[in-house]
Design a protein around this ligand. Sequence first.
Ligand SMILES: Nc1nc2c(c(=O)[nH]1)N[C@H]1C(S)=C(S)[C@@H](COP(=O)(O)O)O[C@H]1N2
Ligand SMILES: [Mo]
Length: 199
Amino acid sequence: MAIVTPGFFGKRRGAADRLPPGQYLADDFPVLTAGPTPVVHTEDWEFTLTNEVGERHTWNWRELQALPAETPTVDIHCVTKWSKLDTAWRGVSLDELFADVDTAADYAMVHSYGGYTTNLPLEDLLDGQAWIAYEYDGEELLAQHGGPARLLVPHLYFWKSAKWVRDIELMVTDEPGFWESLGYHDYGDPWLEQRYQGD
Ligand SMILES: Nc1nc2c(c(=O)[nH]1)N[C@H]1C(S)=C(S)[C@@H](COP(=O)(O)O)O[C@H]1N2
Ligand SMILES: [Mo]
């Protein structure tokens, strides 16, 4: 007699398989901010991509909203060990924003309103892996979670997902951002538990 429950071994992985090593499931949505929450009004908001020779592409709020939006549903993993599965966002893919940017650089420094920075390889921002997100769970993104807009790079630890994102600067040579210069891992792959330098 067949003991296999239909669907049980289906392609959708269970919650346990979707939790990277050392992580637990949070029921709420924790807020983690180093310093005060900057107040950023959409009328003043601008987002800039700067390539390695200083050429700038800038979008204001209206221009961002006019770009095609995507609605990624993704799992997020904070280095302090909480994870959330199936978080639902709306935003613009970085592929869309990088479409007309000419570059041979391999690295990016992300800068936020308020001064936070984080670095990552440019390729991790491309190919459907990263968004400028402005809605969470069908609502405007709350200021405490980075509203009006934040970077969303869910395949890396969540400190790479800069809240109140203001610009992304392309760099030929890698440089550490805020947490990276304080001993956190340069790359931060949650599946490899790359929490600190040397992991
Ligand atoms: N600008 C800015 N972005 C930031 C941070 C921050 O302190 N400032 N904290 C990071 C960290 S450590 C995490 S875990 C997530 C937390 O996002 P949340 O507060 O929406 O949960 O934002 C990341 N982005
Ligand atoms: Mo974090």
